[in-house]
Write a protein that binds this ligand. Structure first.
Ligand code: G4P
Length: 289
């Protein structure tokens, strides 16, 4: 179940921020989950302010759907800006162990110092934070795996926080922190909508499809020719509008461009167009519309 159809109002944002901060106080490390296909657009606009000085790890999820070269470039980008980053595919349980190893590494100096003071190691306390639909619940399930053991409610805490025990090394808050996506910039909205992170509106499907086609023509032309059996020459030469018309025909949908647009977007979302990133590290090569 995902909750990406909620509408965000200033009151909700303030509440989400407050709840995230409350949870943050309880943990050693926050796992900031983003979508590997659009790592910037899928970051909350005030995430850094919310996280503050807390240790954090950026996890790029849905790496199975993203362009591997772009994902590597994004990891590099985050590292250069001082953030640890790692790519995973939570749905297919890939990279989870690597994340756990990173988390231990991040705490090793602290535990070493504690040991020197005679304090024994304890489980690392974690929370997952991100905008709707980036895969927070999926990651929680993967973390917990089959060996789930809940510690139950802690008395004396007004809003009960439940910890999920993950082996001997980790304790994870059972509900993620949910933050709102970016709205300010229309381009960001388009990318989020294409990815499925924000509510679909059939009205705008053709706009989304045209934006996606523009990006594919520029960066992943072979994805269109292969999926819809359109020659590379046509993919290159046709305007995006003419290309959408041709794709609609190839789908056997005559003039139902809305339906064709929806199918195109769904093909992208499900990975049928291949592994494609909507944001590339070079600013000039982003989805334009
Ligand atoms: P959330 O808690 O952050 O809101 O996200 P959630 O785990 O519900 O995941 C949202 C959708 O993304 C789910 O699809 C989930 O299966 C999918 N997903 C999560 N991680 C990955 C991944 O690494 N790779 C791929 N390909 N998909 C992933 P869904 O159940 O179809 O939900 P929806 O499409 O109805 O939103």
């Amino acid at each position: 179940m995902s909750d990406h159809h909620i509408q965000w109002y200033p009151g909700h944002m303030a509440k989400a921020r407050r709840e995230a901060k409350e949870k943050l106080n309880l943990v050693d490390i926050v796992i900031e989950l983003v979508d590997a296909r659009l790592p910037l657009a899928s970051r909350n606009p005030v995430i850094e302010e919310i996280i503050g000085n807390k240790k954090s790890l950026v996890v790029l999820n849905k790496a199975d759907l993203a362009d591997p070269a772009a994902t590597q470039a994004w990891i590099h980008y985050f590292k250069q800006s001082g953030l640890e980053a790692i790519a995973i595919d939570a749905q297919h349980n890939k990279g989870i162990k690597k994340v756990q190893d990173y988390l231990k590494e991040m705490m090793s100096d602290y535990f070493q110092k504690q040991r020197e003071k005679g304090v024994k190691d304890r489980p690392i306390r974690l929370m997952i934070l991100g905008i709707p639909n980036v895969g927070k619940s999926t990651l929680i399930n993967r973390f917990v795996g089959k060996n789930q053991a809940q510690t139950g409610n802690k008395p004396g805490v007004t809003k009960a926080q439940r910890w999920l025990k993950i082996g001997r090394d980790f304790e994870l808050l059972d509900t993620p922190g949910i933050l709102w996506p970016k709205f300010e910039d229309p381009q960001t909205g388009v990318k989020l909508a294409i990815s499925g992170a924000i509510k679909d509106s059939l009205l705008y499907m053709d706009d989304l499809a045209l934006s996606l086609l523009d990006h594919l023509q520029n960066h992943y032309p072979e994805s269109i020719s292969q999926r819809y059996k359109i020659s590379s020459e046509d993919v290159e030469a046709l305007s995006k509008v003419d290309l959408l018309l041709l794709i609609t025909q190839k789908m056997g949908l005559k003039e139902d461009y809305d339906q064709a647009s929806l199918r195109l977007i769904n093909d992208f979302r499900s990975g049928k167009l291949g592994a494609i990133s909507l944001e590339l590290t070079d600013k000039d090569t982003e989805v334009n519309e």
